[in-house]
Design a protein around this ligand. Structure first.
Ligand SMILES: Cc1ncc(COP(=O)(O)O)c(C=O)c1O
Length: 395
């Protein structure tokens, strides 16, 4: 083994969790339901035939012009005012998060995240040496009045303002909460007043099972403070690794200069375009949404049956249930036992950036279950195994 000291940005990071995959039923990952992965063979054939010279060449730094236009149209149809020049195509949304950090932060800076937050983003933020202002959520999303007070308090203490606000707006991962309209307006207003950029990450937005769509933060922003992340991972397939960041053009232009991957794969971009332009996306989305709505219902029923002590708010879309266990439960330890019993889940503490003492008390009473990946039979059996692990911890 090489005896070298890794960089500080890597030394900060926690050791990776279970990597065995194994035979456990998986409620831990945001994987797509395998039966919903679209057949892209005709689109790929066209991409490799009619578009071979483009598809197999280095791609343009900002993405294929057709792709940038497709994304801008998608966003305009969703109420935002975006032109192709505002869009940078990335290798998935997580790549967008990384580029955003590269553009806006220095080691030692602070950013705002909700508590809980998207747990895969936490190590990305940590790798940039960032600290966190954690803000609780209620049923309407991140508590903007609390954030206002926290910003005020930092100012009073002579601390630098946070460099940006990271927010998962719709069907939050992990809490499933969708922000109310008035909270969205309040967040955009506060960010505008304080001139703090907002990174809106909303990969599940189109996976709505019921209820009314609220305007995106991006569509409410007339001052150019909101950057929107996007991805085809949840609307098409995560393996494609196509995402984007859309924001004010001069800053997107700088972000593009920090992107050193030789251009996001043009072949995959063209496959996405051909699939969508061939009319495949709309019926696919309908099918996917129905599958996840059915999975959600099945898992909610299983949790109510097997875990009557647990409370949960039913999400109107997305991939996740966020369970709240009775006082005294340690969901990190429960996740270990559940894993031994053949179901993988993620205990609460993984979803908290972890620096606000007041928020630490309760986090191990939460647990995230993904209903996206399992079959109905697996959902029933997996929840039964989880309940058995929970029951054995209480005897
Ligand atoms: C909130 C959030 N952002 C980003 C992603 C990942 O997107 P991508 O696959 O495009 O990197 C996920 C996937 O689980 C997510 O839940």
């Amino acid at each position: 083994m090489l005896e070298a000291t890794v960089a500080r940005r890597a030394a900060h990071l926690a050791r990776p969790a279970h990597a065995d995959g194994g035979s456990a039923i998986s409620f831990d990952s945001g994987y797509a339901f395998p039966g919903t992965l679209p057949d892209l063979s005709a689109a790929a054939e066209r991409a490799l035939g009619a578009y071979r010279r483009e598809a197999l060449q280095y791609g343009p730094r900002f993405g294929l012009p057709d792709m940038r236009e497709w994304i801008a149209t998608l966003m305009c149809d969703d109420g935002a005012n975006v032109v192709p020049g505002d869009v940078l195509v990335t290798n998935g949304a997580k790549h967008g998060i990384e580029l955003f950090c590269r553009l806006f932060t220095e080691e030692g800076d602070t950013i705002v995240v909700s508590a809980p937050t998207y747990f895969t983003a936490i190590p990305i933020f940590r790798s940039f040496g960032l600290g966190f202002v954690e803000v609780a959520q209620d049923g309407e999303g991140i508590e903007v009045d609390t954030l206002r007070q926290q910003l005020h308090e930092r100012e009073r203490q002579g601390l630098e303002p946070p460099k940006f606000i990271y927010n998962v707006t719709d069907f939050h991962n992990p809490s499933g909460i969708t922000m109310s309209r008035r909270r969205r307006e309040a967040l955009v207003a506060l960010a505008t007043e304080r001139q703090i950029p907002v990174l809106e990450d909303s990969p599940y937005r189109k996976l709505r099972f019921e209820g009314q769509q609220e305007p995106s933060l991006k569509s409410l922003d007339s001052a150019g403070v909101v950057f929107a992340l996007g991805t085809v991972s949840k609307i098409m397939a995560p393996g494609l690794r196509i995402g984007w960041v859309a924001g004010p053009r001069p800053l997107i232009a700088r972000m593009g200069q920090l992107k050193s991957d030789g251009g996001t794969c043009p072949l995959t971009q063209r496959v996405v375009l051909e699939f969508s332009k061939g009319g495949g996306l709309v019926p696919h989305l309908r099918r996917v949404t129905q599958t996840y709505a059915d999975n959600r219902d099945r898992m909610v029923a299983a949790v109510r049956r097997e875990l009557p002590d647990v409370t949960l708010a039913i999400p109107q879309g997305g991939y996740y249930l966020w369970l709240h266990f009775p006082a005294g439960t340690d969901t990190d330890a429960l996740a270990e036992r559940a894993h031994d019993a053949g179901v993988s889940v993620i205990g609460g503490s993984a979803f908290f950036a972890g620096e606000s003492v007041c928020l630490l008390r309760d986090q191990r009473r939460y647990m995230r279950l993904a209903f996206s990946h399992a079959t109905h039979v697996e959902i029933d059996e997996g929840v039964r195994r989880l309940a058995a692990a929970y029951g054995s911890s209480r005897t």
